[in-house]
Ligand binder design. Structure first.
Ligand SMILES: *Cc1c(COP(=O)(O)O)cnc(C)c1O
Length: 463
């Protein structure tokens, strides 16, 4: 009996994984199984299933990092048990988070980067909520001080990422989103001024609009708000959504004035896991000066016997991404980031040029002065035998994931296709992509689509 049992227990590691447990049954999908199983076999089964996911490196739809060097993996592994919220238990992780805040404040030209305040978040979405809340609090305090009602706050944005729609809905703020128009896909100062009133808590320009990859002109908006203040006395702060751009502009668009060099810019958010080059799960928000974050929003926690201010929606969160961010700053330095991002930009410009050469597309964004990548539409009045959803679908058969989508109001009649280029992409991959694009176009020439895919059927990309 004892012998039999031992044999049974051993059998899992004696036999080939695919010759036993995995060979003849479905793995449980709705209920937890009764008994434990061999970790090797279970790992094999799960990793096999994940092969059906898209291959992240060929995912040109995402803004998020899909490349990590072996050192980042080592850091992530070493930090897997660190909870960044426990400042007292992991004081050096807290210290490193603080260093990152000050490094970013310095990169973004805070007048006093060593004393200003900011924090890590799960990404730009949480960072946007915190930036938005600070604007709402600041506005409400001013209104209450003046004895005026403070129940109808509004926020002015260009065509924004969905996180601002969430902020507005979750925190009861009216979103005055400037719609796109044909020939004007971004926020302009005139459109901002039209929408301001005394209940405006702030204006959010985006440095790197998700739809078109272009930067909104923060300085022009700031100048217009200066002029508006002179006329009306209303002092409207700016929060910059720099999810992508705040990790690009300091390195490859250094002459662009968009950050705390403009005194009206009170806070900035950025995604560490986009062009900050860190693994998924880290964002940042930094205030120009400590006084720009209303103190009522801050919670103080114990830290090395003292107090540390914190501001967050989340509680427990992994520390590894924050440490990896610090690694990236030290490992790359200014020149390393500049080198990586400018290579990506060149690949985007190359792809835009090659796409233009087909003669079928109008280039909407040529990759040169916003986020690394490119965007195009099908030329008006031509029928190449496919629509952009069909083309994305065809490219998927070679593993490429390329976003096609209709633009938001008032340009819903425009479908665009967009690629993002990130760290880990090479000129050679860009050439392979273009070869596949040309092969797909050739295929449709001989096999034109009668009833093209619709956005819903094509699935794929959602903002
Ligand atoms: C990606 C993005 C966000 C959301 O950021 P996450 O880091 O994914 O939470 C917000 N705004 C813009 C402009 C973005 O590109």
């Amino acid at each position: 009996m004892a012998l039999h049992k031992t044999t049974q227990r051993n059998s899992e590691s004696v036999y080939d994984a695919y010759a036993q447990y995995a060979a003849d049954r479905n793995i449980p999908k709705f209920e937890i199984p009764e008994n434990p199983h061999s970790p090797e076999i279970i790992t094999d089964l799960i990793l096999d299933e994940l092969l059906l996911d898209g291959n992240a490196k060929q995912n040109l739809s995402t803004f998020c990092q899909t490349y990590a060097d072996p050192y980042i993996r080592r850091i992530m592994d070493a930090c897997i048990d660190k909870n960044m919220i426990d400042k007292d238990e992991y004081p050096q992780t807290a210290e490193i988070e603080n260093r990152c805040v000050h490094i970013l404040a310095d990169l973004w030209h805070s007048p006093d980067s060593k004393t200003t305040i900011g924090c890590s978040t799960t990404g730009s979405s949480e960072a946007a909520m915190l930036g938005g809340l600070a604007m709402k609090w600041r506005w409400r305090k001013q209104r209450e001080k003046a004895g005026k009602p403070a129940d109808k706050p509004n926020l002015i944005t260009g065509p924004v990422q969905i996180c601002w729609h969430k902020f507005a809905r979750y925190f009861d703020v009216e979103l005055r989103e400037i719609p796109m128009e044909h020939g004007r896909l971004l926020m302009t100062p005139e459109e901002v001024i039209k929408r301001i009133d005394e209940n405006t808590i702030g204006v959010v320009p985006t440095l790197g609009v998700t739809f078109t990859l272009q930067y909104e002109n923060v300085k022009a908006v700031s100048d217009a708000l200066d002029e508006y203040q002179e006329k009306t006395g209303l002092d409207i702060p700016i929060h910059v959504d720099g999810a992508s751009g705040a990790f690009l502009a300091p390195f490859i668009q250094q002459d662009l004035v968009w950050d705390f060099r403009l005194p009206r810019v009170k806070s900035i958010n950025a995604s560490g896991h986009k062009f900050g080059l860190s693994p998924l799960g880290v964002g940042w928000v930094v205030w120009r000066e400590e006084s720009d974050l209303p103190e009522e929003l801050v919670f103080n926690v114990n830290y090395l016997g003292g107090q540390m201010p914190t501001f967050a929606l989340n509680f427990s969160r992994p520390g590894g991404q924050i440490v990896a961010q610090y690694y990236n700053f030290l490992r790359n330095g200014r020149n390393g980031y500049a080198r990586i991002h400018s290579e990506c930009r060149d690949h985007g410009i190359y792809i835009a040029r090659e796409v233009a050469k087909t003669g079928l597309f109008d280039i909407l964004y040529d990759g040169s002065d916003g986020i690394p990548g490119a965007a195009w539409t099908i030329k008006k009045g031509i029928d190449p035998g496919f629509n952009l959803f069909d083309l994305s679908d065809r490219m998927r058969s070679r593993g490429w994931q390329i976003a096609s989508y209709t633009l938001p109001a008032n340009c819903e009649d425009m479908v665009i296709q967009r690629v993002l280029i990130r760290h880990g992409f090479s000129h050679d991959m860009a050439q392979l992509l273009i070869d596949d694009l040309n092969r797909s176009i050739e295929y449709f020439k001989h096999n034109p689509v009668r009833e093209g895919l619709t956005e819903n059927l094509a699935g794929g990309y959602h903002h």
